[in-house]
Write a protein that binds this ligand. Structure first.
Ligand SMILES: O=C1O[C@H](COP(=O)(O)O)[C@@H](O)[C@H](O)[C@H]1O
Length: 263
């Protein structure tokens, strides 16, 4: 029997709206508790359709304005290398959905450099890795130069990509650094910066959030133990919890024994 800490759990909501609200409520609860315990909290955000929807729902949660956000840091699992004001930018989506409404120090928002700044794509990936390294816990034993995210949100593409780690591409295999520049991405825009698998998988919790019938096959393969090289979502794993929050349309191929209504 799988270890309850390491196994993946699937939580199903009826539709995309309920999914966003359910994940947002859990996210706000988690941050509220960590802050009440006096802890610094690092959250890794995702772009994509559910990334924005979850943050919009979290912004509407009545508990959100009362949280002391000064000890909460936001990062991104990936960023599209486009101008700062482009609607394609994951940072912009998150700011509009929630971050701009929070009373949070500007330096707690750790965005990847934009293409209209002073850095090229390689420079943006290196600068993001340097920023991550500044927040590596002093007592870390695995040598990783990055913060331990309390929650790492991941969207999952219909091709099973996570962050900007796409199937059968070299970036998914990289383990010797925190970030990687991505060129010729199969999904536009073509230039991106992504966290690598070791960073994602050192998160305490990995929460994948996906909705829609076009994600059902990716979800089925990820749960069936496919190789992460061809199905990147299969390789995403939190140290304490790995939860796939999905809607009914995406859940078509989920084995019943992995469905967890209680989590
Ligand atoms: O391009 C991206 O796509 C993925 C998945 O997006 P979705 O719209 O299919 O949910 C997202 O996780 C990633 O952050 C983003 O840059």
């Amino acid at each position: 029997m799988a270890d309850s800490i390491t196994e993946k759990r699937v939580v199903i909501s009826p539709d995309k709206q309920h999914l966003a609200e359910s994940v947002a409520a859990r996210f706000v609860s988690r941050v509220e508790k960590q802050v009440a315990d006096g802890l610094t909290v690092h959250i890794c955000l995702t772009g994509g359709s559910m990334g924005g929807a979850v943050l919009e729902a979290a912004a509407r949660d009545p508990r959100t304005p009362a949280i002391d956000w000064s000890g909460v840091h936001f990062w991104w699992g990936d960023e599209r290398f486009v101008p700062r004001d482009s609607d394609d930018r994951n940072e912009k989506q998150a700011r509009v959905a929630m971050l701009d409404a929070l009373d949070i120090p500007a330096e707690n928002i750790h965005a990847v450099a934009a293409s209209d700044g002073s850095l090229d794509l390689d420079g943006a990936a290196t600068a993001y890795a340097d920023e991550l390294a500044q927040f590596a816990p002093a007592d870390r034993t695995d040598g990783g130069a990055w913060p331990a995210f309390d929650i790492c949100f991941l969207g999952v593409g219909p091709d099973a990509h996570i962050a900007s780690l796409f199937p059968d591409r070299p970036e998914i295999q990289i383990t010797d650094r925190a970030t990687v520049p991505v060129r010729d991405s199969p999904k536009p825009p073509p230039e991106r910066v992504s966290l690598t698998r070791p960073v994602i998988n050192s998160s305490t919790r990995v929460w994948m959030v996906l909705a829609g019938a076009d994600k059902a096959s990716a979800l089925g393969l990820a749960l069936a133990g496919a190789s992460y090289a061809s199905v990147p979502a299969a390789g995403a794993k939190g140290r304490r919890r790995t939860v796939l929050f999905v809607d009914e349309a995406a859940a078509d191929q989920v084995p019943p024994q992995l469905i967890d209504q209680e989590y």
